[in-house]
Design a protein around this ligand. Structure first.
Ligand code: DQA
Length: 144
């Protein structure tokens, strides 16, 4: 196992900072990446942070995380969380532990967000703490 941690982000998260800031906060994805990189350095970890609006990219990157012997994947699959059997199956298909991450708490929102195909396959889930959710997931990954 390497010290590499993949941080994979799904659709619309490229718009963080301007997208519904009352729900998702004012931090951009670059802000989140910068803070994660700082903490990762302290923990002796390396971050590979990516975002895509396309489901298949997330599937490919999950496979890649295992091929590169990553320590963990932090995955905010965004809306695909609630729809994607393909991402669920990719998480099950790899041995690399996946931590589900959300800025908001989907359980307090619309009913269609209460189902998580990611959560059913992930090692654990962290949601509802805004940008801090990513930091908390990284702390967990550092302790594997
Ligand atoms: C989200 C929650 C999802 O329900 C939503 O579709 C997102 C963002 C979050 O980080 O709170 O796009 O994953």
């Amino acid at each position: 196992m390497t010290d590499l941690v993949y941080v994979l982000n799904g659709p619309n998260l490229n718009l963080l900072g301007v997208r519904e800031p009352d729900i998702y906060g004012h931090d951009t994805l670059d802000d989140i990446a910068g803070a994660l990189e700082d903490r990762a350095r302290e923990l002796g970890l390396t971050i590979d942070m990516r975002q895509s609006n396309h489901e298949g990219h997330l599937v490919d990157w999950l496979h890649e995380a295992q091929a590169h012997d990553a320590r963990a994947v932090l995955l905010n699959a965004a809306a695909f969380t609630h729809t994607s059997v393909a991402i669920h199956d990719a998480i099950k298909a790899i041995r690399t532990p996946v931590i589900e991450v959300h800025l908001s708490n989907p359980h307090t929102r619309e009913a269609f967000r209460h189902v998580s195909f990611v959560g059913r396959a992930a090692k654990g889930s962290i949601a509802g703490f805004g940008a801090l959710s990513y930091q908390l997931a990284l702390e967990a990954a550092a302790r594997f």
